[in-house]
Design a protein around this ligand. Structure first.
Ligand SMILES: [Zn+2]
Length: 91
């Protein structure tokens, strides 16, 4: 195996591993905010579901996370959906 091929494979593997860690961290962060109704950037409670779909939203939807936008700082973030059992207990 040539040095150039080995370097390319190593670079591609490192890139894929970095993207995987990045997405797992973002999904874990979104899931941890499942029951918190405020913006993670400015702590404002003036948030609403984001109506502009982004290309990679489907990855978060697979893990039951929805996009939200802060009306104060315009931060777009993901949050896990509140489970039905939690909703029943709260109501
Ligand atoms: Zn905010």
């Amino acid at each position: 195996m040539r040095y150039r091929t080995l370097a390319s494979l190593t670079g591609a593997g490192a890139t894929i591993a970095t993207l995987l860690v990045y997405w797992v961290a973002r999904i874990a962060h979104a899931r941890s905010f499942a029951n918190i109704n405020n913006c993670p950037a400015c702590q404002s409670t003036d948030i609403s579901p984001s109506l502009s779909p982004q290309p990679l939203d489907w990855i978060f939807r697979m893990f039951r996370c929805s996009p939200y936008r802060c009306q104060v700082c315009s931060n777009r973030y993901f949050r896990g959906e509140i489970r039905e059992t939690v909703k029943r207990v709260l109501l």
